[in-house]
Ligand binder design. Structure first.
Ligand code: NAD
Length: 542
């Protein structure tokens, strides 16, 4: 029972720690890296709060050193997905009935545990398992996940307060119930914060979840699950089942009890999931809420009034940090001819300074791409450019997978605005630049808007009229639009994230819009003194 309206703590963005030499956080992280590196772990499934071991094992390795085994994980098969769905359905009643502020408390506790004693563990696991540099791990595995948890609690509280008006004699109320059935959360490899957010956002509202982490991020996802458990998450609310998506996805997606899908990953996989649900809709009890944030082909469009020095930094960071494996990474750029040579000279000089290597050497800006498949895919795009007479490589181009999956920050300049690497998502450290004639500004803007994707994009100009013009012409080209900034680095609560077209359903992760998808509202009308006469005054004769 709740006997008061509770105000939740005002959310704030977790400050980014510096990890500069001689800081406490740097020392702790180094210790944790050493500790995790020196042991192998065995990751079980966690269903209904219990560890389940299937014996069907996958190996967890480090992208920067593929001979380094981090441990093994047990993979779920159909039997275990069934168990996880049953467990989620059983846990649902008590969890959905729990007062919302009690549920909120668990996730606020998880946020504070992560800001404190768990920080170095999630950071070290993200560095070892996903090849993130310290800074990239900090803004993801610590700050963004903490922000998701704190801000979502505040958004949930806001939603609970939204009530309809009542006219005389009635009291109207809105109740924000969890969906019936279970939520299937399927997470990508590239963000620990997304891995934590996709199952926890619906769970906070009172839903129960079957969570399939990416096979390339099981290592850190397991620690996220343990963090939720330590924060007091009851058994069965989130069921953790690493598995091959292709093997177990179909079973979960055709379950009659499917209430929703919370997905982030590639466009192709999401479309396949949507189709599977569609094919099975006749057998389903509910219309599943389908939320997916998917691929991108994110742009930087420069006008000739752009500040060149700042643009160099934005292009370099936007395209290459995290090895270009951000859904928001700049991967196509439109440069006006009149400023091209000055930009090129400065840009090439800076990119040449970038160090690529093991992120445990804190001086590196880039680590390795996630696995052999990604390495082969990205290098094949680079080879394609090397062989084309429509393209020239002006930085990088080198790929080496002898120890880890390392790819140099590569810049392709093309004469064809529809060149393969200008239109397809590569998901690696590759930026393609098209140089346009200044007088073709309008036409080139339209070309930029022509992408099948619409996730992020940045325009660069100092001329305000041109900024306003570009903002208008490109209004549907990106769900996250930046002016004089890089197109990456959205912060929860400040730049709600998501895109349209083939980039997703744009339900803005870490916002009220997202939480509303996991709610099945009930409207309650209470008549205080019901009428006892069925006739209306208009029926009287005189
Ligand atoms: P992916 O699509 O390969 O995998 C995502 C998840 O889907 C994984 O857990 C995978 O195992 C699972 N999966 C694969 N096939 C499945 C199936 N048939 N049924 C059920 N699950 C299945 O993506 P990835 O390589 O992990 O991540 C990179 C992609 O994610 C890129 O396209 C990137 O743009 C996108 N991404 C988008 C955003 C965003 O907010 N828009 C954020 C991060 C990543």
């Amino acid at each position: 029972m709740t006997n008061a309206y509770f105000e939740v703590p005002t959310p704030y963005n977790e400050p980014i720690l510096s990890f500069a030499p001689d800081t406490k956080e740097r020392e702790e992280l180094k210790k944790k890296l050493k500790e995790l590196r020196s042991k192998e772990i065995e990751v079980p499934l966690i269903i209904g709060g219990k560890e389940v071991k299937t014996g069907n094992l996958g190996i967890m390795t480090s992208p920067q050193k593929h001979s380094k085994k981090l441990g093994v994980y047990h993979k779920a098969g159909t039997k275990e997905v069934k168990m996880a769905i049953v467990s989620a359905l059983e846990a649902r009643k008590a969890w959905a009935d729990m007062p919302w502020e009690q549920r909120a408390s668990i996730f606020l506790k998880a946020a504070d545990l992560l800001a404190g004693p768990w920080r170095s563990t999630l950071l070290a696991a993200t560095i070892l398992g996903q090849s993130k540099t310290v800074y990239q791990a900090e803004i993801d595995a610590a700050c963004e996940l903490i922000d998701f948890l704190r801000f979502n609690v505040a958004f949930m509280a806001e939603i609970m307060m939204e009530q309809p008006v009542s006219s005389e004699g009635f009291w109207n109320r809105m109740e924000y119930r969890a969906l019936e059935g279970f939520i299937f959360a399927v997470t990508p490899f590239n963000f620990t914060a997304i891995a934590g957010n996709l199952p926890s956002a619906p769970a906070m509202i009172g839903n129960t979840v079957v969570w399939k982490p990416s096979s390339n991020a099981v290592y850190v996802s397991y620690f996220v699950m343990k963090l939720f458990e330590e924060a007091g998450l009851p058994a069965g609310v989130i069921n953790f089942i690493p598995a091959s998506g292709a093997e177990i996805g179909d079973y979960a997606l055709s379950s009659p009890d499917l209430a929703g899908v919370h997905f982030t990953g590639s466009t192709k996989v999401f479309k396949g999931m949507w189709k599977k649900i569609g094919d099975n809709i006749q057998n389903m009890k509910y219309y599943p809420r389908i939320v997916g944030e998917t691929g991108g082909k994110d742009f930087i469009f420069a006008h000739n009034s752009a500040d060149i020095d700042a643009l160099v930094v934005a292009a370099l960071r936007g395209a290459f940090e995290l090895q270009g494996q951000k859904c928001s990474a700049a991967s196509r750029m439109y440069m006006p001819h009149s400023i091209w040579s000055e930009f090129k000279e400065k840009y090439v000089a800076e990119v040449k300074k970038i160090k690529v290597g093991d992120p445990e050497d804190f001086t590196n800006l880039l680590g390795a791409v996630i696995d052999k498949t990604a390495f082969d895919k990205v290098s094949s795009y680079i080879d394609y450019a090397k062989e084309s007479n429509e393209a020239e490589i002006i930085t990088g181009g080198g790929c080496n997978d002898s120890k880890g999956y390392f790819i140099e920050p590569t810049t392709i300049v093309t004469t064809n605005p529809k060149f393969k690497t200008m239109v397809e998502e590569i998901f690696g450290p590759v930026l393609t630049i098209f140089v346009y004639e200044d007088e073709d500004f309008d036409e080139t803007l339209k070309l930029c808007d022509g992408s099948q994707y619409a996730l992020t994009g940045a325009v660069w100009a100092q001329n305000r009229e041109k900024i306003a013009y570009m903002t208008n012409v490109l209004k549907n080209a990106a769900g996250n639009f930046y002016i004089n900034d890089k197109p990456t680095g959205a912060v929860v609560g400040q730049q709600p994230f998501g895109g349209g077209r083939a980039s997703g359903t744009n339900d803005k992760a870490g916002s009220k819009m997202n939480l509303l998808r996991w709610i099945n509202a009930r409207t309650i009308k209470e008549t205080l003194v019901p009428p006892k006469d069925w006739t209306y005054p208009s029926m009287e004769k005189k």
